[in-house]
Design a protein around this ligand. Structure first.
Ligand code: MD6
Ligand code: FE
Length: 213
């Protein structure tokens, strides 16, 4: 596909109070991010979590950092070890930590020091239903999200599940920061459309950085 923005500087789009997209912010470092994901997944492979309702999630997950997000039939929680193999999560690469801090800073959230990075892998048809991120202790801390590989439609809703959603396409290298009055907005990802990306093949990856404790 012809990329009309190839070579253009990143730009930013406000989404709501406390929420901003930094378009293509990590595009030039995409290969380095993906290499780091490969190394993490070599130690702690992606797997499909079970929801408390008993469904297998279509998104495959792994983590890095002191804590990782997990789900099983008992609920959602953060864990210091991978329930699949008992191993600690790999340390968060400096490349990840620095990006998360800089993006949060540019969005107006100073001193963001994430202790968890959830890594989501979407194959064709994989989706994330509308949810809130509320398992973190200090909700004044923002969340930073990095999208890599195939594009996906992100639903960005309100503070109730019923509120209308904005839809935005998140593409390779896009970074979203949200916090403040937007921190508890419902959000989700529509089923991934089958396609091929030169760096990730049939997949989309998303990193979300959180300060849990
Ligand atoms: C995704 N992201 O983009 C899933 N949560 O694949 C999230 O669930 C998310 O992008 C909180 C803040 C930003 C996000
Ligand atoms: Fe989320």
């Amino acid at each position: 596909m012809l990329d009309l923005f190839a070579g253009e500087a990143p730009w930013q789009e406000p989404l709501a109070e406390g929420a901003v997209v930094f378009r293509r912010r990590v595009r030039d470092r995409g290969a380095a991010f993906l290499q780091a994901i490969d190394e993490i997944a070599a130690a702690n492979p992606f797997w499909h979590r079970i929801t408390p309702g008993g469904h297998v999630m279509s998104v495959a997950m792994t983590n890095c950092g002191e804590l990782g997000w997990g789900s099983d039939s008992h609920g959602y929680r953060y864990e210091s070890a991978d329930a699949a193999n008992g191993r600690r999560w790999p340390p968060m690469p400096a490349l990840f930590r620095q990006l998360a801090r800089e993006a949060a800073d540019d969005a107006g959230f100073a001193d963001f020091t994430p202790d968890a990075c959830l890594i989501n892998r979407y194959a064709p048809g994989a989706k994330l239903t509308l949810h809130q991120d509320k398992d973190e202790r200090d909700l004044r801390q923002p969340i930073v999200s990095v999208s890599l590989g195939l594009p996906a439609v992100f639903l960005f809703g309100g503070l109730t599940r019923e509120a209308a959603c904005q839809r935005l396409l998140l593409e390779h290298g896009d970074v979203v920061v949200w916090g403040g009055p937007s921190r508890l907005r419902y959000h989700g990802i529509l089923p991934l459309k089958p396609d091929r990306h030169p760096l990730t093949g049939e997949y989309r990856f998303n990193l979300t950085f959180r300060k849990v404790r």
